[in-house]
Design a protein around this ligand. Sequence first.
Ligand SMILES: [Zn+2]
Ligand SMILES: [Zn+2]
Length: 231
Amino acid sequence: MKLTADYHTHTIFSHGTGSVDDNVRAALDAGLFAVGIADHSIAHMAYGVKKRKVGSYLTSIEEAKRRYDGRIEVKAGIELNLIGLDGSVDIPDGRFDTLILGYHKTAMCRDLKTLYAFVRGSRHVDAVTQAYMRAIQRYRIAIVAHPGYGVPVDFRRLAQACADYGTLFEINNKHEELKIEDLRLAAQTDVRFVLSSDAHSPKAVGRVPNAVKIAEKAGIALSRIVNVSEE
Ligand SMILES: [Zn+2]
Ligand SMILES: [Zn+2]
């Protein structure tokens, strides 16, 4: 299978090593028709895009859209943090094309109850799964990033919510925690999947060998993965 788009890549605005332009050029070299810039959002304490830099982040992406118009589609994405059991996320601005939702231990939670549930995740799988589901219901989440990374979830219920709201279930190349059996549980629903590099350097853009391997092992049909072609 051949990757056609990579919607989840990082730049120097969070903790990637390349610029927006570097990632777009790498995506062109990889033969993709679309690339998403999706840096960590503002609640990520270590690497989030600084609040005062959200404007220049979006401007850089807008410039790349114009510069590469007709050659590759560039998406203004952001990797939001799940920060509340009520489904709160840290959207800094309404101007994004692609909202990606992830859980990261290093994001500032809204309240202590949420922090407690996330830290003791294995005892709070229901509450955590519901937090994801509420976020999907409240916002137009395009992709749930690396499900199960950092905190356990009920894969089947999460995938069902994704299917109901048209949210894509990510198979992440960088985080390999997703187990075959978890992916199979997700696949029991009619959710659709997306493969992402989660590249933190330009050379990793468009490269998803680990994600392909796990998708194949779990028996995911190509027709259910939105960003691959047969060749
Ligand atoms: Zn992430
Ligand atoms: Zn990421």
